[in-house]
Design a protein around this ligand. Structure first.
Ligand code: EPU
Length: 419
C-alpha cells in the first residue's frame, strides 16, 4: 500500500492543467450501454474509479478500450445484466448502470451499495423513481433486482436532489415510452454534461441544470463522441493548494462558472482571485493572514460538499473562528481527527465544524478515510511545518489524476512511497 510524503511550508507557484471531471465521466461511461453503436469519450481522467467503471462495462459485455484520456466503448450485445458486489463495494457509482441496463435490456441486478465513510447514502430515490417508470423493483440477498418490458414515462418528485439518482432516472427515461418529468432534480454541471451527451445521441431532454428536467423517450440512441467537462473539484483543490501555501497558482482549462461558490469564499477570506475565460488565477502572496469565513455545503450552485474537507484544512490556518456546516452528508468529518493531529483546532458540533485558525500546522503521520478527506490532508501537509505522511492514499487515486506530478509541477516537495 502506498503513502504520500510531503515536506510542507513551500509556497506553490505556477499553472496546473485541470483533468476531465470524474463525476461526469462515470455516468457518461455508464450511459454508453444505452445503445449499440460506438461512443468515443475524450478528456476522461485516468483515475481508479474510471478503470473500475470500464471493468464493470466489460463484465456486462461491452468492448471498452482506454487510450490515454480517451475511452472507446461499444455495447452491441450484453453478456450479463448483473453488477457484482465485488465491484460495487469498491465504487458506489457502479449503481449508475442500473438505469441503462433496465431501460435497454429490460432487467438489471445491481449489488446494493453499503454504508461508506461519508454517511449512510441510501439509493431509495433511484429505486422509487424506477418503480414510477413502471419497473418491478425488489431488494433481496443484498442485490437490487429491477425488471420491466418497456419503461413508461412518469412524473417523479425527488425528496432531496440526488446527483446519481437524477442521472440514473434521466438515462432510464431516455428510452422509456412517453414523457418523464423529474422534479427537484439535481442541478450539478455533471448532470448537464450527461444530458448533452445523451442529446447528441438522439435523446430528447429539456431543463438539465434546472430543478425540473423533462425527457421524452425515444426508441434508441445512436453512437457519438463527447468531451467530458473539466473537474471543478480538482480545480478547487489546486486553488486551495495555492491559498494554503500563500502561493500563486493558476488553474487552467477549467470552467470558472462552475467554481463560483469557492471563488466567492476565497475572496471573502482575503485572497486575490482573477477569473479568465478558461482559467482562474489565485495570488495569496500578499494576502497577509487569511480571514476565517463561514461555509455551508449545499447542492449546486451552493458550496460543494466535495470541497468541505479542503476548506476545513484552509480554515485551520486562517485568522479567527470559522464555522463550516455540512448539510449534504451526515457524517463527512473523518478528516477532522487527522487534521487535529497536525495541530488544527476544530470542534465538531453536530453537523458543524467550529474552527479556530492557528498560526501554523505541524507535519504528522495521518490516515486518509475517503477521497476528499485525503485531499484535505494533502493540503494541510503542504502548509504544515515539517513532514506529513498520508497513509491509505488509494482513496486519492480514485479521483485525482496525477496529483503528485501536478503538485510537484507547482513546486511542492511530495513523493509516493511504499508504506
Ligand atoms: N439521498 C437519499 N436517497 C437517495 C439518494 C440520495 O436520501 O436515493 C441523499 C444522500 O444520503 C445525501 C443526499 O441525498 O444526503 C445527496 O446525495 P447524492 O445522491 O446527490 O450523492 P451521490 O449521487 O451518491 C454524488 C457524487 C459525490 C458527491 C455527491 C453530492 C458521483 C459519482 N458522486 O454522489 O461525489 O459528494 O453527489 O454532490 O457523482 C466524490 O466525488 O468524492 C463524491 C463523494
Amino acid at each position: 500500500m502506498d503513502k504520500i510524503v510531503i515536506t510542507g511550508g513551500k509556497a506553490l507557484r505556477g499553472t496546473v492543467q485541470i483533468s476531465g471531471a470524474k463525476n461526469s465521466a462515470l455516468p457518461i461511461l455508464a450511459s454508453t450501454i444505452l445503445g449499440g453503436e460506438e461512443c468515443t469519450i475524450t478528456n476522461v481522467p485516468r483515475v481508479v474509479d474510471v478503470v473500475t467503471m470500464g471493468r464493470l462495462l466489460g463484465i456486462l459485455g461491452a468492448s471498452v478500450r482506454h487510450e490515454g484520456n480517451r475511452a472507446v466503448i461499444r455495447a452491441e450485445v450484453i453478456k450479463s445484466t448483473q453488477a457484482p458486489y465485488e465491484l460495487v463495494k469498491t465504487m458506489r457509482a457502479s449503481v449508475l448502470v442500473l438505469g441503462p441496463l433496465l431501460a435497454r435490456w429490460g432487467q438489471a441486478t445491481v449489488s446494493l451499495p453499503g454504508g461508506c465513510a461519508i454517511g449512510s447514502r441510501p439509493v431509495n430515490m433511484h429505486l422509487a423513481g424506477l418503480a414510477k417508470l413502471g419497473a418491478e423493483v425488489s431488494v433481496e440477498h443484498g442485490y437490487i433486482h429491477a425488471k420491466a418490458k418497456r419503461l413508461k414515462g412518469a412524473s417523479i418528485y425527488c425528496d432531496v436532489p440526488t446527483v446519481t439518482g437524477t442521472e440514473n432516472l434521466m438515462m432510464a427515461a431516455s428510452l422509456a415510452q412517453g414523457t418523464t418529468v423529474i422534479e427537484n432534480a439535481a442541478k450539478e454541471p455533471e448532470i448537464v454534461d450527461l444530458a448533452d451527451f445523451l442529446t447528441k445521441r438522439g435523446a430528447r431532454i429539456a431543463g438539465a441544470g434546472t430543478d425540473i428536467i423533462s425527457i421524452e423517450g425515444v426508441r434508441e440512441l445512436r453512437g457519438s463522441d463527447h468531451e467530458v467537462i473539466p473537474d471543478r473539484i480538482e480545480a478547487g483543490t489546486y486553488l486551495i493548494a495555492g491559498a494554503i501555501t500563500r502561493g500563486s497558482v493558476t488553474v487552467d482549462r477549467c470552467r470558472p462558472d462552475h467554481l463560483e461558490p469557492l471563488v466567492a469564499k476565497l475572496r471573502e477570506a482575503g485572497i486575490a482571485v482573477r477569473v479568465e475565460k478558461e482559467s482562474v488565477q489565485l495570488d495569496a502572496t500578499k494576502s497577509g493572514r487569511l480571514r476565517g469565513v463561514d461555509v455551508r455545503t449545499l447542492p449546486f450552485p451552493g458550496f460543494p460538499t466535495d470541497m468541505q474537507a479542503q476548506m476545513a484544512a484552509l480554515m485551520s490556518v486562517a485568522g479567527g473562528t470559522s464555522v463550516i456546516t455540512e448539510t449534504v452528508f451526515e457524517s463527512r468529518f473523518m478528516h477532522v481527527e487527522e487534521l487535529k493531529r497536525m495541530g488544527a483546532d476544530i470542534r465538531v458540533e453536530g453537523n458543524r465544524l467550529v474552527i479556530t485558525g492557528r498560526d501554523r500546522l505541524t507535519g504528522a503521520p495521518v490516515m486518509a478515510s475517503d477521497l476528499r478527506a485525503s485531499a484535505g490532508l494533502i493540503l494541510a501537509g503542504l502548509a504544515a511545518e515539517g513532514t506529513t505522511e498520508v497513509l491509505r492514499v488509494y482513496h486519492l487515486d480514485r479521483g485525482y489524476e496525477g496529483i503528485e506530478e501536478k503538485l510537484r509541477g507547482l513546486g511542492a516537495v511530495i513523493e509516493r512511497c511504499k508504506a
